[in-house]
Ligand binder design. Structure first.
Ligand code: HEC
Ligand code: HEC
Length: 229
């Protein structure tokens, strides 16, 4: 072997040794948040929160105590009967003493549900019932249109300080009526309405959603009946 080859050989051996240590070490260390995240595609949430912190330090590829590996979802699933027996029934695992009662509860309920890998988070039965807040319904009045259409969709440009304020100000009722964008009784010839109906306002660039057909109908009605304040 030439000297170059010898060096290469040594280099390769050291790489393998080095990688081996790193691998072994990372199996024993507490998983970082990033690692848990990276694993979550192949490891269930319950494995992450109960099995990983309590069992994997002794049951991994490098150290398979009792011949049992628990560092992937598939491995936990394959040993589920024994896991249940040792951690929940005989409570011989982990050796230093049983899992906390909270962890036992979580694990038991997970096994009862068939130990799914992916879980749809069930609603918490103890969570306070959110009081229903029905979406506010637009009414054919200036106040309602201002609150539900002008404020969220127009005034960042047509209100004080907005880029369209100088030429087309909509900050209050008087301003809105002073311009020529609204013809009382004639929505089709009111640019205030037609710009929204054509989908030109709010501008596409703003990223704001168009005014809904239902709301357009109510705005049209408000103009038809006189666009009163
Ligand atoms: C500190 C190291 C350690 C931890 C932590 C640990 N085990 Fe073990 N486990 C062992 C050893 C050592 C054995 C093999 C000796 C024995 O059977 O008592 C073993 C054996 C097992 C076996 C096979 C038992 C059998 O009946 O042959 C299962 C299943 C198991 N462990 C599950 C778990 C589970 C589940 C956890 C976490 C809740 C866990 N272990 C945590 C060290 C550990
Ligand atoms: C992202 C900014 C932006 C938003 C949001 C916006 N506009 Fe405009 N609008 C403009 C600009 C800019 C002009 C042109 C002003 C000018 O001529 O200087 C304009 C012009 C108009 C005009 C006059 C059009 C014409 O041809 O005469 C009307 C009417 C109008 N907007 C209505 C609305 C309504 C109603 C809303 C809300 C539903 C809205 N705009 C939301 C920027 C905006």
């Amino acid at each position: 072997m030439s000297k170059d080859h010898n060096n290469l050989y040594l280099y390769l051996i050291s790489l393998v040794l080095f990688a081996g240590c790193g691998f072994y070490h990372s199996k024993i260390a507490e998983p970082s948040q990033a690692e848990i995240k990276a694993r979550s595609a192949s490891y269930s949430k319950i494995c992450e929160s109960v099995i990983y912190p309590n069992c994997v330090s002794c049951h991994n590829q490098a150290q398979a105590s009792g011949g049992v590996i628990l560092d992937t979802y598939a491995a936990v699933k394959a040993n589920l009967g024994e896991v249940e027996n040792d951690a929940l029934i005989e409570k011989t695992m982990p050796p230093k003493g049983p899992l906390s009662s909270g962890d036992q509860k979580i694990l038991r309920s997970w096994i009862t549900r068939g130990a799914p890998q992916y879980e749809v988070s069930a609603p918490d039965p103890n969570a306070p019932v959110p009081s229903p807040t029905p979406a506010l319904q637009l009414k054919a009045t200036y106040a309602s249109i201002r609150e539900l259409v002008l404020v969220p969709k127009c005034l960042n440009c047509h209100g004080v300080g907005g880029k369209a304020y100088a030429k087309v100000p909509f900050e209050n009722y008087e301003q809105l009526m002073k311009g020529n964008t609204i013809r009382k009784g004639d929505p089709e010839n009111s640019t205030f309405y037609s710009q929204m109906e054509l989908g030109k306002m709010p501008t596409k660039k703003s990223g704001l959603a168009k005014v809904s057909p239902a709301d357009l109908q109510i705005i049209s009605q408000w103009i038809s009946i006189g666009a009163s304040p």
